[in-house]
Ligand binder design. Structure first.
Ligand code: SF4
Length: 576
C-alpha cells in the first residue's frame, strides 16, 4: 500500500535524543496543517508556555508532498504561537517538504528544550540516520550565510529549514526559513506567521538539513490514475488564466482600487505611492536588471515567485509579495520598491515575518517615534532586531508589542497578530475569517476578495473559504495552484488506490479547524475574543470613511457553526 512504511521523527531537545516511529495509518489522509493540528491536540498541553519545554514544534509536509503532483511539495510548521497564544500553522514552499516525504517522513516532532539556552543544535535527516549535532559554530548567523555554509559540501539535492537571529532571540515575530529549489538554494521561503521561529529557537534548534540523496518520488498505489489526473490538471492549469504568473506583487493597483492598499498604519485604504510601489514594475525591469519569475519548489507549474535584482543587476530577494509591499511599503509610507526589496531581504536574513515586522514599524511611525517613510532607519532597526534593545525587541515581537512600548492604542490586529494586507473593512467576509480563524488574523486562512458581498453571506463565504484553504494546506498543494476540494479528492484516491470522496476531504478540513478551535479553547481563548481591534471598527476608510468593520457578533459566531456543504464548496478554488 502506498505510504505503508511512512515514519515519524521524534526529537527530544532536552537530551537531544531521536526516535523514529511508524506513522499511524489511521492518519494517512492527514498531512500538513491537519496533521500538525492533530499532533498538537494529542501531544501538546494547550496551556503550555509557547517558549517553554512543553510546547511541541511540528514540521509536517502535505499528503501529496514528495509525489509528482504539480505544485504539491509544501510543508506546514506548527506549534503554540508566542504571538497569539493559540495553535499556529505557517506554510512554506521550497524543497524540504518534498525531501522529507521522499525519505518517508510524514512529520518531524520536536519536544523539550536544552538546559543551556545558549547552546545551538542542528538536525541532520538522511536516508540512513537522523542525528542531532552541535551547531554552536552557526550561532547568530543570518539565514543566507547559514545556508551557504551548511550546503557548501552537501549533495546538490539537500535542503535546509532554519531560523535567523530573530528566532534565536525568541522574538514573537520570528519565521522559519526553507531553502528554495534554485541552484543557490536560498532560504527565501518562510513559514512566516505566528512566531514559530521563536518556538524553534526556544528548543535550541538552529537548523534542520534534509538530504534525500537519490530518494525517489513517492509512488502512488494507482500510478496510471494519478498520472492521468496530474496530466489533465496540469494542462488545464497551463491552458487557463494563470492569474499568478506575474506574482502577487502585481495586485497592487487592484488592491488600491478596492481601498485595501493600506497607507500609514491603515489610516487610509489607498496609497499615493501606488504607482511607485506597483509590483508590475518588477517584471518590467527584468530585462534591464536581470532576475525573472521562477518556481520556489521542484514541480511547481505556477511560478509565482519573482527574483528581484537591484539597479546594479545584483540579486536582492525573492519573492517580493503583495503582502510585503503593502506592510513594509505603503503602510509605512515607504515609497520605493528598492527599499521594500531590501527590507524584505533583511526580514529573510534575520528570520522575521514581513507582515508582522511591517505592521510593527508602521505602529512605531504612527506613535510619532519614527518619521513616516524613513526607510533608512527601518533597515537599521531590522539589522539590529536581535540586539536586545527595547525598541528593536518590540519590533521583533510585533505590532502589539510596539503599541505597548509606545503607549500607542492604534494597533490593527486580531488575536495579537497584525492584520495582513487585505483590509477587513472593504473586505468584510475576510474580516470574519480574521476574527474566527484559530490562526488569528491570517489571510491564508480564508481570503474573500468580493467587496460587493451581501452581509447575509459573510459567515458562509468565510467558512467555505476557510475549509478550502485548510484542505489545501493539508494536501501539500500551494494555494496559488487553486486546486479545489474535488481535485484534492481525486489525487488522494489515485495515490491510495481507494476512493476518497470530496465530502471526506471537506470533512477532514472541518475536523482540522475543529481540532484547532478545541486547542485554542483549552488554551484559554473565548468567543469574546473573536473580534478585531477597535480602530478597524471605529475608523472608516474609503470614500467618506464608508468602510468600517461593522460585522455583528452573531454573524461572526455563525462562521464557526458548520453550514450544510454546497456543491459550490467542492469546486471553490483556494485563495491566498
Ligand atoms: S506558486 Fe509560488 S509560492 Fe507556490 S510553490 Fe509555486 S513559486 Fe512557490
Amino acid at each position: 500500500m502506498a505510504g505503508e512504511n511512512d515514519r515519524v521523527i521524534y526529537v527530544d531537545m532536552t537530551d537531544q535524543s531521536v526516535s523514529i516511529q511508524p506513522f499511524p495509518q489511521d492518519w494517512k489522509l492527514l498531512g500538513g496543517r491537519a496533521l500538525s493540528a492533530r499532533i498538537l491536540l494529542e501531544q501538546c498541553d494547550p496551556t503550555c508556555e509557547p517558549l517553554g519545554p512543553d510546547n511541541v514544534l511540528v514540521m509536517a509536509p502535505g499528503v501529496l508532498s514528495g509525489t509528482t503532483a504539480s505544485t504539491s511539495g509544501r510543508i506546514s510548521i506548527g506549534g503554540k504561537s508566542p504571538l497569539t497564544n493559540g495553535i499556529k500553522e505557517a506554510n512554506a514552499g521550497g524543497n524540504p517538504g518534498q525531501d522529507l516525504m521522499k525519505l518517508g517522513y510524514r512529520a518531524l516532532i520536536v519536544k523539550g528544550k536544552p538546559a543551556d539556552s545558549g547552546k545551538r543544535y542542528g538536525l541532520r535527516v538522511e536516508q540512513e540516520s537522523v542525528t542531532v549535532v552541535d551547531a554552536d559554530a552557526e550561532k547568530g548567523l543570518w539565514n543566507y550565510a547559514l545556508c551557504e555554509k551548511l550546503l557548501a559540501d552537501e549533495d546538490k539535492n539537500a535542503s535546509v529549514i532554519s531560523i535567523g537571529p530573530a528566532g534565536e532571540a525568541l522574538l514573537a515575530g520570528a519565521s522559519v526559513a526553507c531553502t528554495d529549489q534554485d541552484r543557490e538554494r536560498r532560504p527565501a521561503r518562510h513559514a512566516a506567521r505566528g512566531g514559530l521561529g521563536a518556538v524553534m529557537g526556544s528548543k535550541g534548534l538552529k537548523w534542520v538539513l534534509v538530504d534525500p540523496q537519490k530518494a525517489k518520488t513517492r509512488r502512488p498505489e494507482d500510478t496510471k490514475a494519478f498520472m492521468a489526473k496530474n496530466k489533465s490538471y496540469t494542462s488545464d492549469y497551463l491552458g487557463g488564466a494563470q492569474m499568478f504568473q506575474t506574482g502577487t506583487s502585481a495586485f497592487v493597483q487592484t488592491a488600491n482600487m478596492l481601498h485595501t492598499f493600506v497607507y500609514k498604519n491603515r489610516t487610509e485604504g489607498q496609497s499615493p505611492d501606488a504607482d511607485a510601489l506597483d509590483g508590475a514594475r518588477i517584471v518590467e525591469k527584468f530585462e534591464e536588471r536581470g532576475g525573472g519569475m521562477h518556481n520556489c519548489m521542484t514541480g511547481c507549474i505556477v511560478k509565482c515567485s519573482n527574483i528581484v535584482h537591484n539597479a546594479d543587476g545584483d540579486y536582492v530577494t525573492s519573492a517580493l509579495e503583495f503582502e510585503t509591499i503593502t506592510l513594509l511599503g505603503a503602510s509605512c509610507a515607504i515609497s520605493s520598491l528598492d527599499d521594500v526589496a531590501e527590507l524584505d531581504r533583511l526580514c529573510d536574513e534575520l528570520g522575521l515575518d514581513t507582515i508582522e515586522a511591517g505592521a510593527a514599524i508602521a505602529v512605531l511611525m504612527d506613535s510619532g517615534n519614527l518619521d513616516w517613510g524613513n526607510a533608512k532607519e527601518a533597515k537599521e532597526i531590522l539589522r539590529n532586531v536581535a540586539d536586545g534593545s527595547d525598541r528593536n525587541t518590540a519590533i521583533g515581537n510585533g505590532a502589539v508589542a510596539v503599541g505597548k512600548l509606545t503607549g500607542h492604542a492604534r494597533v490593527p490586529e486580531g488575536r495579537g497578530q497584525a492584520i495582513p494586507a487585505w483590509d477587513p473593512r472593504p473586505l468584510k467576509a475576510t474580516g470574519v475569517t480574521y476574527a474566527t480563524s484559530a490562526m488569528g488574523a491570517d489571510h491564508t486562512a480564508g481570503l474573500i476578495i468580493n467587496p460587493g458581498l451581501d452581509k447575509d453571506d459573510f459567515a458562509q463565504a468565510s467558512q467555505e473559504s476557510q475549509i478550502v484553504n485548510a484542505a489545501t494546506d493539508s494536501s501539500g498543494f500551494c494555494q496559488f495552484l487553486q486546486a479545489t476540494i474535488a481535485d484534492i479528492a481525486e489525487f488522494y484516491s489515485a495515490f491510495y488506490g481507494e476512493e476518497v470522496t470530496k465530502e471526506q476531504v471537506a470533512d477532514l478540513a472541518w475536523d482540522c479547524m475543529s481540532d484547532e478551535w478545541k486547542f485554542n479553547e483549552a488554551a484559554g481563548w473565548t468567543a469574546e475574543g473573536d473580534k478585531l481591534s477597535d480602530c478597524l471598527v471605529e475608523e472608516g476608510i474609503g470614500p467618506d470613511g464608508v468602510f468600517k468593520f461593522d460585522v455583528d457578533a452573531e454573524t461572526i459566531a455563525a462562521a464557526k457553526v458548520r453550514f450544510e456543504p454546497t456543491d459550490e464548496l467542492y469546486g471553490t478554488k483556494a485563495s491566498a
